[in-house]
Design a protein around this ligand. Structure first.
Ligand SMILES: NC(=O)c1ccc[n+]([C@@H]2O[C@H](COP(=O)([O-])OP(=O)(O)OC[C@H]3O[C@@H](n4cnc5c(N)ncnc54)[C@H](O)[C@@H]3O)[C@@H](O)[C@H]2O)c1
Length: 422
């Protein structure tokens, strides 16, 4: 029996098409690993709960985990990113889904609890909400060892678990999948970079000649800066880290504090993982230019101060799907994407399947690793084994028909030794 609460079961056929498109672009997760999992069943008897963006790519991860023998539960990791057609298709394949686009905060946590009620052995989170809820409300699953280990998909989640670990509150073995090279160097940089362009495309604005402010110069934000510049924008970067700020400057961008950037910005994009990147005051809001577009790609809806903007606006008018026009008391209009939530996921289906292939290959192989090593895992943060990161890299290259060189023994010894000098 499949358990679910979704928007509309009738959307299943459309969802199957979406899953099919993603599958053809995910040769590592949806073919190589899935075919091996089907034969070997490394996840037999294991229940996996994923709190993830319920997209066509996540659907393919769920299929691969199921092919490996797992019983899979899914809930959304953001109230606005669920693709309802994909959710409908997945339940026809026996994947348990509790997710629908536009759920309230209360419903969001209800969906998480439905997944935890299934007594999962592995949790795959995106943003820490499910694993934190497990610590707060399902301690018996942790204390009894039902939960063997957890995996975290995004930077914000990893930062939270590092803070929990430091303060002694993290009670499970936690694998920060986000920090693997095959994840953040492609998913965060390429995915988010390309995603914002397609998110903003719905506004039909030209990037060329615009002042685009990119807050942050980390993995996601540097990708966004690169794509915006590629489209001809004058990119201005704001940072709080001196080294990242220097990197941005030497990459050819203007760098300045956000307060100086606000009055000249045509488009402001945030992806920092920090709150109130635009300071939440009337004075700051009044500095904004008429018609400025505000888009956040960081995990939570607090980088652009959405709540305070809504309070300040005298009128909020939806002008198209997931775009709102906010009119300020002086009549100025600004445009907010996706209610300040991950604009690339809400407006344009998230990252291209090709990059999610690597992220979800890592998640699949890490689930297998957890089961194989369950007896020796200790609570706390455990780095992703380099062999698994490399394995995903090799599989992806192979799927693209690319071969690379291999170190000879002599070369290996040279770069790992110190005796050979001038
Ligand atoms: N939209 C997506 O699809 C997607 C994908 C991956 C990650 N994320 C999320 O994006 C956010 C950033 O992730 P990342 O991997 O790029 O992190 P990162 O740590 O690589 O980069 C964040 C950068 O922001 C800078 N920063 C922090 N506070 C700032 C502030 N107030 N003003 C200006 N700069 C500031 C930091 O110094 C850092 O350089 C996280 O919330 C992450 O979870 C979103």
């Amino acid at each position: 029996m499949v358990n679910f609460k979704i928007a509309d079961e009738k959307l299943a056929e459309k969802g199957k098409e979406a899953l099919y498109i993603a599958e053809s672009k995910m040769p590592v997760t949806a073919k190589v690993i899935r075919e091996r999992f089907e034969k070997e069943k490394p996840l037999k008897g294991i229940i996996i709960a994923g709190c993830l963006h319920v997209t066509k790519e996540t659907g393919n991860l769920a299929r691969t985990l199921k092919a490996g023998g797992a019983e899979v539960y899914l809930c959304g990791s953001n109230p606005l990113s669920t693709q309802d057609d994909v959710a409908a298709a997945l339940i026809t394949e026996g994947i348990n889904v509790f997710a629908w686009h536009g759920n309230t905060d209360e419903e969001f946590y209800w969906c998480i609890r439905q997944c935890l009620d299934a007594k999962p052995n592995i949790l795959i989170d995106d943003g820490a909400d499910m694993i934190v809820t497990a610590h707060q409300e399902y301690a018996e699953l942790i204390n009894s060892g039902v939960i063997i280990a957890c995996q975290e998909e995004t930077t914000t989640g990893v930062k939270r678990f590092k803070a929990m670990d430091k303060q002694g509150f993290l009670k499970v073995p936690l694998f920060p999948v986000n920090d693997a090279r095959c994840k953040n160097q492609f998913d965060n940089e390429l995915g988010t970079g390309q995603g914002i362009v397609s998110a903003i495309y719905g506004m039909h604005v030209l990037f060329a000649g615009k002042n685009v402010i990119v807050a942050g110069f980390g993995h996601c934000s540097s990708g966004m800066a690169l794509r915006a510049r590629g489209l001809g924008a004058n990119v201005i970067v704001t940072e709080v880290d001196p080294i990242k700020a220097l990197q941005a400057k030497f990459a050819g961008y203007q760098v300045m504090p956000i307060v100086n950037a606000l009055p000249i910005a045509d488009i402001i994009l945030t992806a920092t993982g920090c709150k109130h990147v635009i300071p939440p005051t009337k004075e700051m809001f009044d500095m904004l230019k008429e018609g400025v577009i505000l888009g956040n790609l960081g995990h939570f809806d607090i980088e652009i101060p959405t709540k305070q903007l809504y309070e300040y606006a005298k009128q909020i008018k939806p002008i198209r799907s997931n775009v709102e026009e906010l009119t300020f008391p002086d009549g100025k209009k600004v445009y907010l994407l996706a209610k300040g939530r991950l604009a690339n996921l809400v407006l344009s289906e998230g990252h291209p399947s090709e990059v999610m292939d690597m992220s979800f290959a890592l998640q699949s192989l890490m689930s297998e690793y957890i089961v194989k090593n369950k007896k020796s895992l200790k609570k706390g943060i455990i780095e992703i084994p380099t062999e698994i990161d490399d394995q995903v890299g090799y599989l992806k290259l192979e799927s693209m028909g690319i071969k690379i060189d291999k170190l000879t023994d002599e070369q290996y010894n040279y770069i790992h030794g110190y005796l050979e000098g001038t």
